[in-house]
Design a protein around this ligand. Structure first.
Ligand code: ADP
Length: 375
């Protein structure tokens, strides 16, 4: 015959349940708020063992400020009035450290008389930390997006303002060179040509900044269609030939015939001009620049290889960041804004392609532009 439990079969089960649960502190308080029972969950995250805590007033779990404000007593009053009270806040552990707790106190009644309280506490410290981190991350993201927008619109407005007088400078320099205001002496002509060269350089810098701010602000349109890489190369080679000739750098075109990719031809040409101009800039006279193209997997590529100064492995990632120029000093002979590669790789990404570089210091570099194949 099975032994009958005098309190009914459920009592053991309930005790087992409370004594086994480790993720919740489940304990009872008497009608005046003193601890009557203690489970392993309570011991696990509050730190006291049963014999240390039973008989103590539950206000021991609250910090001095909460105690001064009578928070423990007020919670019991609400539990008596409403049947239960729920709260989230800091509670103390035995060692004095705090944890973020979710607390539910339920008043227990028998025959209309208050007999005590059931208190269930969960440790939400990790969840709270994760929530705070998520909020903080979102705030930081919003701030940086806002800062980016402000920066982009400032750059756009500034470059626009600067371009207007620069165009006037070029216009008047043109008029002077054309002799509209009278014949120029040789020296005057040289001076005006320098003004003109300075104007062109400044305009290039401003256009770079404007371009970059437009890309950053997502204001650029891409006309993606099947295009021929050969056509793009043919369009840009004549534009850089004067530079290669002036610097005695050989330009070798070993790109084969037809490779068709999905891209915006004008953007591909812009990237190629940037890569070729860099190659000329960083290759000493007597060196060479080779253009090749091909197919790799589902992409078509154009590679610009030079026998120039090269880039160290540590600088290779950085050069795609805006305004980064390796070894740039005030006396550096190379001009530029450090925006060219940042713009080019943004443009490549905007066309679902990529721009990458390989280089050996002192031997040369290869920049490869990859675009999705058209078919
Ligand atoms: P900029 O040419 O205006 O300085 P870029 O973004 O085009 O800006 O290039 C960034 C930097 O990357 C250059 O200043 C240079 O240090 C390095 N770099 C780019 N292309 C080459 C190259 N072909 N060979 C060596 N260094 C290069």
């Amino acid at each position: 015959m099975t032994q009958q439990n005098p309190h009914g079969p459920d009592t053991d089960l309930y005790r087992l349940l409370v004594e086994t649960v480790r993720d919740y502190a489940i304990f009872a308080l008497d009608a005046s708020g003193h601890v009557l029972s203690w489970n392993p969950g309570a011991q696990r995250f509050k730190g006291w063992e049963a014999h240390e805590i039973i008989g103590q007033h539950f206000s021991i779990f609250y910090d001095a400020e909460d105690r001064a404000n009578r928070k423990p007593e007020r919670e019991l009053e609400i539990a008596i009035r409403d049947g239960r009270v729920e709260d989230e806040g800091w509670r103390l552990k035995k060692d004095g450290t705090r944890f973020w707790a979710n607390v539910v106190i339920t008043s227990l009644w028998r025959d209309g008389a208050l007999v005590g309280f059931a208190k269930v506490t969960r440790d939400l410290t990790e969840r709270r930390a994760a929530q705070l981190k998520a909020v903080e991350d979102a705030r930081r993201l919003a701030q940086s997006e806002e800062a980016n927008r402000t920066k982009s619109s400032f750059l756009a407005a500034m470059s626009h303002e600067l371009r207007t007088p620069l165009n006037a400078i070029a216009g008047y320099a043109d008029l002077l060179l054309a002799g509209v205001a009278g014949e120029l002496t040789e020296q005057q002509r040289q001076y005006v040509e320098r003004v003109y060269a300075g104007q062109k350089h400044l305009l290039g810098v401003i256009n770079d900044i404007l371009n970059f701010s437009r890309i950053e602000a997502g204001q650029l349109r891409y006309d993606i269609e099947p295009i021929s890489l050969r056509d793009c190369i043919d369009a840009v080679v004549p534009l850089v030939e004067p530079q290669t000739r002036a610097k005695s750098v050989a330009l070798v075109d070993s790109a084969p015939g037809e490779i068709r990719v999905l891209a915006d031809a004008s953007k591909v040409e812009q990237i190629l001009i940037n890569l070729l101009s860099n190659a000329v800039k960083f290759t000493a006279p007597g060196g060479s620049i080779t253009l090749c193209s091909g197919v790799e997997g589902s992409e078509g590529f154009i590679a610009v290889r030079d026998t120039g100064i090269g880039i160290s492995a540590t600088d290779l990632d950085a050069i795609f960041q805006p305004f980064v120029q390796v070894g740039r000093s005030l006396t550096s002979p190379h001009e530029g804004t450090g925006l060219g590669l940042a713009i080019s790789s943004d443009l490549a990404r905007g066309m679902q392609g990529s721009l990458s570089a390989e280089s050996t210091l002192g031997e040369g570099s290869v920049f490869t532009l990859r675009m999705p194949l058209a078919s």
